[in-house]
Design a protein around this ligand. Structure first.
Ligand SMILES: NC(=O)c1ccc[n+]([C@@H]2O[C@H](COP(=O)([O-])OP(=O)(O)OC[C@H]3O[C@@H](n4cnc5c(N)ncnc54)[C@H](OP(=O)(O)O)[C@@H]3O)[C@@H](O)[C@H]2O)c1
Length: 359
C-alpha cells in the first residue's frame, strides 16, 4: 500500500480510504467488521464517516474497540449536516461544533478524532468562530487535524488566511466529489490545493455506482443505488451511459472492471491524496485494493482525456454539491430572506439532500 502525506501535514494516509456512508449498520455488522479488518490487514489506514451517516459511527467505534485497532487508523468524521430538528442541530457554530464532537467521540468510543471535517458550508457562521472552535478542540486533544468538504476554493483560502492570522490550526484537506464523469475540480480546486498544501480526498469516485460497470446502455439492472435514477432515462443519464460505453473498452483491454479502472484513475491524478471508496461489501473492498496496484499507462490516461477532457463534466456532481455564492444569494429561497442577503439553509433545500448524495 502506498501512503501519501495529507496536505501540508505530517499525517500519512493510504491512497484508498474506506467510506462508510452505506452498509455500516448494526444489521450488517459482521460484513462491516470484515471490511475494516481486511482493509487494515492490506494496509488501509484511513476510514471516513460522519455524524449523519445513520449508525456508521457507532458501528466503527464497536469494530475498533473489539479488534483493538483504533491506533492503526486515521479516523475522519464530519459535523455540520443536520442531526436533529433544532436550530443548532447543524452548522459550524461554536455551540454545535463542541457538542457534535463530544457526541461523535462517544459513538466512536475514542478519545480523539484524527481528522475533523466541516461537512458542508455554513454561510451564516463567521469562519473565525468555526476555526476558533476547531482550534480549541485540537488544543484540548480531542481532534488532531481539521478539514473541509464541499467547500468552494475561496472559503478554503479564507480559512487558511484566518488560521495564519491568529496562529490557529489550519485546514489540511478538502473532500469534494470527483470521478471520471465530473472533472470540474481540476479547474480551480486542485491547483489551489497543490499550491496551498491541501490534500484532496475525493468522495463519489464511482459516481455513486455509475462507474461500477453494472449500468450499461440497454441493460436492465435488478438492484442498485442508482436504479431509479437510471430509469428516469433523461438526457443527462443518456449522456453518462454513452460515455460509459466509451470507457468500458479501456478497462476491458486491461482485464479489469470499470470500477477498478475508475478508482485507479483517480489515484493517478495530481493533487489526489486518498480516494474514498464506498466499499459496501468485502467484494467491493477487494476491487478497491486491486485498484491500488494498477499502474495506468500514458496512453490509457490520454484516452480518458479524449472522452472526458480535463476540467469538464458529463454529470455535474461538483456543481450540485458545493455551496456557491450563486446559490447562496441568487436562489429563489435566498431571495425570500429580504434585505440581508443571508442564506438560511433548511432541511428542504440543503444542497446534499437535493443532490441525493447523503442517505
Ligand atoms: N463529504 C460528502 O458530502 C460525502 C458525500 C457522499 C459520500 N461521502 C463519503 O464517500 C464515500 C464514498 O461515496 P459514494 O458511496 O458516493 O462512492 P462511490 O464509490 O462513487 O459509490 C459507491 C457505490 O458504487 C457501487 N460500487 C462500489 N464499489 C463497487 C465495485 N467495486 N464494483 C461494483 N460496484 C461498486 C455500489 O453501489 P450499490 O450499492 O448499488 O451496489 C456502492 O454503493 C462514502 O461512503 C462516504 O464516506 C462523502
Amino acid at each position: 500500500m502506498e501512503y501519501r502525506q495529507l496536505g501540508k501535514s505530517g499525517l500519512r494516509v493510504s491512497k484508498l480510504c474506506i467510506g462508510t456512508m452505506v452498509g455500516f449498520t448494526s444489521q450488517n455488522y459482521q460484513e462491516a467488521k470484515k471490511i475494516i479488518e481486511i482493509g487494515i490487514d492490506n494496509g488501509i489506514n484511513f476510514i471516513d464517516t460522519a455524524d449523519c451517516y445513520g449508525e456508521s459511527e457507532e458501528v466503527i467505534g464497536r469494530i475498533l474497540k473489539e479488534t483493538g485497532k483504533r491506533e492503526k487508523v486515521v479516523l475522519a468524521t464530519k459535523f455540520g449536516w443536520y442531526t436533529g430538528d433544532g436550530p443548532n442541530d447543524y452548522g459550524a457554530s461554536i455551540k454545535h461544533i463542541i457538542e457534535a464532537c463530544e457526541k461523535s467521540l462517544k459513538r466512536l468510543q475514542t478519545d480523539y478524532i484524527d481528522l475533523y471535517i466541516i461537512h458542508v458550508v455554513d454561510p451564516n457562521t463567521p469562519m473565525e468562530e468555526t476555526l476558533y472552535a476547531l482550534d480549541k478542540l485540537v488544543r484540548d486533544g480531542k481532534v488532531r487535524y481539521i478539514g473541509t468538504s464541499k467547500h468552494p476554493t475561496y472559503l478554503i483560502l479564507e480559512g487558511i488566511f484566518i488560521s495564519e492570522k491568529y496562529g490557529w490550526t489550519r485546514f489540511i484537506s478538502e473532500q469534494p466529489p470527483y470521478n471520471i464523469l465530473d472533472r470540474s475540480i481540476e479547474n480551480e480546486l486542485i491547483p489551489m490545493a497543490i499550491k496551498y498544501g491541501i490534500g484532496i480526498t475525493p468522495f463519489c469516485p464511482l459516481a455513486g455506482g455509475f462507474l461500477s460497470g453494472k449500468y450499461r446502455k440497454g441493460i436492465k439492472v435488478e438492484r442498485g443505488r442508482l436504479k431509479s435514477r437510471i430509469e428516469e432515462k433523461d438526457e443527462l443519464i443518456e449522456r453518462c451511459l454513452n460515455i460509459i460505453e466509451k470507457l468500458m473498452p479501456i478497462a476491458e483491454n486491461r482485464g479489469i472492471s470499470l470500477a477498478e479502472f475508475s478508482l485507479a484513475y483517480l489515484m493517478h491524478m495530481p493533487g489526489i491524496t486518498s480516494v474514498i471508496h464506498g466499499a459496501r461489501t468485502v467484494e467491493y473492498l477487494l476491487s478497491g485494493l486491486k485498484a491500488c496496484d494498477i499502474k495506468l499507462t500514458e496512453e490509457e490516461l490520454k484516452k480518458v482525456d479524449e472522452i472526458v477532457p480535463p476540467g469538464t463534466y458529463v454529470y455535474p456532481y461538483y456543481e450540485e454539491s458545493i455551496l456557491r455564492p450563486s446559490r447562496m444569494f441568487y436562489s429563489s429561497e435566498a431571495r425570500k430572506i429580504k434585505g440581508t442577503g443571508a442564506y438560511i439553509p433548511d432541511n428542504k433545500i440543503g444542497s446534499d439532500r437535493k443532490a441525493g448524495y447523503e442517505k
